[in-house]
Design a protein. Sequence first.
Length: 348
Amino acid sequence: MESPYLTCGIDLGGTSVRVGLFDADLRMIGSSSMATRVASGPDNAVAEIVDALRKLMNNESVESLLGIGIGSPGPINLRSGVLGPLPNLPGWENYPLRDALAEATDMPVILESDANAAAVAEWKLGAGRDAGLDSLAMMTLGTGVGSGLILNGQVWHGIYGMGGEVGHTVIQPDGDLCGCGSRGCLEMYASAAGLCRLARQVAASSIDTSALGVLISQPSGFDPKGVADLAARGDIAAKQVFVEFGRYLGLGIANLISTLDLPLVIVGGGVATAWSLFAQSMFGALEQHSVVYRLMRPNRLDALESDRTAIVPAKLGSSAGLLGAALLPRLEAGEQNRGLSLSWETHQ
Ligand SMILES: [Zn+2]
């Protein structure tokens, strides 16, 4: 019998769910997107996912499917496969997502946090692809700050699956109150929402903030792209917003580098596309705050040099989470074939 050659990746988010079917070379051969109907509950979402997968499989036999990987917002208990209190999925707490999906499909299901799935994708297929590294961190600067750690070839889960929450490390003890209950989390500064908050702070400061002031007082609201466009046109105040943003981000990464001495940190997510606006202050903060980075920095700041620590932009864009999810069953199968054990848990 022909060995299974397809994998299914699922990217579960607070507003939408994407289901993708991938061939042996991780080429997407079909995908389906749907709105996350949060109020209808997780059982209904699983039923819709299974329905979408059946349609994507079309004429493919069930035997051709190797497995299903799913990335979900965290926190998740990755040991038990049970969802934690998710801000974007209210009412889904304590739902056994992995088991429910495995029972509904009769397939092995690998559950990861969405940030870990994105880290796996960038590690194997994106910015880390040609480096051959077995340790790195990936930070996703979106609404919040997601992060995934790969240590010695494995996703670092911590004890319960909540390891690698770099976004909730504290960089300002008396700072703004975070949704997690702590004050001054990195996520309060180095995210899309954080950038908008910084824009309001800069607009209230002394330099010429007339254009930034107009932007942030728009009745329809504003987003990081609006600030970036203004900065790209040379507006001093908008540029200052990204300088502050880079300082906070660099401080967060400095703590990570000093703790783990990583060879690579990949920075992705929507705000990371403004890389040229914040990179200089980010690298400056790294220099200032991390002795390990000062010792290990490369000659060219964002280049990959052997035995040096590089901080580089992500390559896969918003598809990283879906790709990473689809990659999980394949990695697990490959590692098992080579007699290695992975920490990813499956449900048979
Ligand atoms: Zn927090």
